[in-house]
Design a protein around this ligand. Structure first.
Ligand code: UFG
Length: 343
């Protein structure tokens, strides 16, 4: 077991909070760092309610190097799980410098401070977006990377490259790059879940806000793709499975791993219409929808070959589509306006 704490950057966010719960349940000591740009302290309070444990939380920005140093001075860190970053595809096209500065500049600061304090273990929150438009399906880890069409995706790709170069140059480093497919759902307690600001970009938060009455209807972005029903197909993975994938990766890293990369997905693809129907069933609410044109930058289908994580981490996704929808609905209906008290 790790000698020292696990520092979770972006630990108050969607995937971060669920991972903190799984880490605490697995007996790890966890420190959360989050600039609260796209998250609130309420989420950490909820994590504490779920786990019955207190979580040391620091509101520090990755661009504040002295703030980072203070944190590393105060705590003996064994490994950093790095989730912090800006993640809106559309915004990244309008404000590329902001994305490069925060995501890449912030990560370089973090790595430099880790080095200063002799911490050489990192698990990085990457994305299937690094594969760009798939050349074959299912996508395995050998699929070419780098064909990203937006600055957000490029930051994930560039950070992967930085970490890979670092592992080549300095043998002390152990790095696991986790490429997520489409995380959805929420903790079974209904206390934590995804809480997007403004109108959601992603499918499932949008659908759940239609169900709860915050949005009128779903807009289906294109029904003329080369897929069984013409709508886009993705590999949706329950966020709790995803969080458990991080614990499995940490256990692998503890044995010494150099640089490793794993897909975290289910291997199954569902269409937009299938997701809307499944959510209707899980929530008992109708999801009215209209068909519109394709969204710029979208691809027809994307799903994982998840065998490598199974073979090397002993991890597979266990929770099915029905659970994803039921858990998302529990979160959304218990918290119609997310972690905020009003809309
Ligand atoms: N979709 C709709 N209507 C919506 C939202 C989405 O029809 O209101 C469709 C999309 O066209 C797509 C599918 O639902 O076919 C999934 O869309 P998401 O936005 O939920 O997810 P993406 O696969 O587009 O995005 C994910 C991650 C991003 C990442 C991107 C690129 O959420 O962070 O993959 O790989 F950048």
């Amino acid at each position: 077991m790790a000698s020292g704490s696990i520092l979770v950057t972006g630990g108050a966010g969607y995937v971060g909070t669920h991972t903190v719960v799984e880490l605490l349940d697995a007996g790890y000591d966890v420190i959360v760092m989050d600039n609260l740009h796209n998250a609130s302290m309420e989420s950490i309070k909820r994590v504490e309610e779920i786990t019955g444990k207190t979580v040391a939380t620091y509101s520090v920005d990755l661009l504040d190097k002295d703030g980072l140093r203070d944190l590393f001075k105060k705590h003996k860190i064994y490994c950093v799980m790095h989730f912090a970053g800006l993640k809106a595809v559309g915004e990244s096209c309008q404000k590329p410098l902001m994305y490069y500065k925060n995501n890449i500049g912030g990560t370089v600061n973090l790595l430099e401070v880790m080095k200063e304090f002799g911490v050489y273990n990192m698990i990085f929150s990457s994305s299937a977006t690094v594969y760009g438009s798939p050349k074959y399906l299912p996508i395995d880890e050998k699929h070419p990377v780098g064909g990203c069409t937006n600055p957000y995706g490029k930051t994930k790709y560039f950070i992967e490259e930085i970490l890979t170069d670092l592992c080549t140059a300095e043998k002390e480093w152990n790095v696991v790059l986790l490429r997520y497919f489409n995380p959805v759902g929420a903790h079974i307690s209904g206390k934590i879940g995804e809480d997007p600001q403004g109108i959601p970009n992603n499918l499932m938060p949008y659908i759940s806000q239609v169900a709860v009455g915050r949005l009128k209807e779903l807009t289906v972005h294109g029904n003329d793709y080369d897929t069984p029903d013409g709508t886009g197909v993705r590999d949706y993975i329950h966020v709790v499975d995803l969080a458990q994938g991080h614990v499995a990766a940490l256990k692998r890293l503890e044995k010494g791993c150099g640089c490793k990369v794993y897909n975290l997905g289910t291997g199954k693809g569902y269409s937009v219409i299938e997701m809307a129907k499944a959510f209707e069933k899980g929530s008992g609410k109708p999801i009215p929808y209209k068909i519109a044109g394709r969204r710029t930058g979208d691809i027809a289908s994307c799903y994982a070959d998840a065998k490598l994580a199974q073979e090397e981490l002993g991890w597979t996704a266990k929770l099915d589509l029905a659970r994803m929808c039921e858990d998302l609905w529990r979160w959304q209906s218990n918290n119609p306006t997310g972690f905020r008290k009003d809309s």
